[in-house]
Design a protein around this ligand. Sequence first.
Ligand code: FAD
Length: 378
Amino acid sequence: MDFDLSSEHELFRDTVRAFAVERVAPAAEELDRESRFPYELVAEMAELGLMGIPFPEELGGAGGDTLAYAIAVEELARIDSSVAITLAAHTSLGTMPIYLFGSDEQKQRWIPPLARGERLAAFGLTEPGAGSDAGATRTTATLRGDSWIVNGSKVFITNAGTDITRCVTITALTGEGEISNLVIENGTPGYEISAPVRKLGWKASDTRALSFSDCAVPVGNLIGTRGQGFHQFLQILDGGRISVAAMGVGVAQGAYDLAYAYAKERHQFGRPISSFQAIQFKLADMATEIEASRGLVWKAAWLKDRGRPFAREAAMAKLYTGELSNRAVNASLQIHGGYGFTDEFAISRLYRDQKILEIGEGTNEVQRMVIARHLGLP
Ligand SMILES: Cc1cc2nc3c(=O)[nH]c(=O)nc-3n(C[C@H](O)[C@H](O)[C@H](O)COP(=O)(O)OP(=O)(O)OC[C@H]3O[C@@H](n4cnc5c(N)ncnc54)[C@H](O)[C@@H]3O)c2cc1C
């Protein structure tokens, strides 16, 4: 066993950490307060090659592995979740279906501007009546001539409506009980995108409802084999869970960093509050759980990078880091006392940004269902 990161991974982590601290941290509070999408930061991440980490260089990506991707997402989430989810949804939800299941021609056509980060991609799975039960999709795509005519709606779709969004990959019924994935380009007649959804957290990330009304999509935009959409999206979610789990580690680490610094600085009863055992125990618990959770995330990434089954570990990592990050932001805010409840302190943003990690890409309950299935329970 080797618990050390390679020197390449270490260097990469240092690069992303420096970017997060020097560029994201100074902007995060204002972006959150104004619910403003971080266009400038996305452009800078594109320059650094962060918007296409796991895609090959021939397609405009960085040729990195899943571990590098998880490291980048953790480092960004440690500072700001809106920026981290923008990168993660673009990579593992938006671009990945085309990379994993698209034909060579589709990859050449769609991926290079996405992997270079010049344009963004989204993944539209959730519908008003199909959330945890994502296979209950009602959106239809009917073949007419050389077009799919799409009708239906999607909700909560990340990155769908920015000025630089190129496309969304959606699931749709292409026949009785037959789900397929289709890429729909922004600007296609009949494809309407709502105003940004107002949210508790992730305020600088772009979340939209989509509607399709007799929206004609070229027949060549169907990804992979017709009728394979259900299996495709399950695979996409398995991979995506590694990045959401990495966000959980990042948020927990960020909450710990803030609490640690504050506890040393804040004095009560004539001493720094970090000298009280009650505070020390909270920090000790956080540090222990963060160490464990990072191990889970890196193991899932390691398995994926070796082409081995990783779905069980990804679900475990997602579940554990979701719940851990909840405990961590709560303990960190408690350590900040009343100041943590004000917008003057970053912990209040991390606290609001955390909750969705227990809901998106499968709720805690859904992760337990997935894990139970892998344990062979009926
Ligand atoms: C900010 C944000 C961004 C998002 N981005 C995207 C995106 O880019 N693309 C996308 O497709 N979706 C996206 N989503 C949607 C997200 O994945 C769903 O919200 C999530 O899967 C849960 O679905 P739901 O909200 O319909 O909840 P429901 O499925 O209605 O669940 C409600 C509650 O019931 C529980 N429940 C449901 N079924 C069971 C069961 N069988 N057993 C036990 N408990 C159960 C759930 O765990 C939950 O607690 C996003 C959501 C948000 C809020």
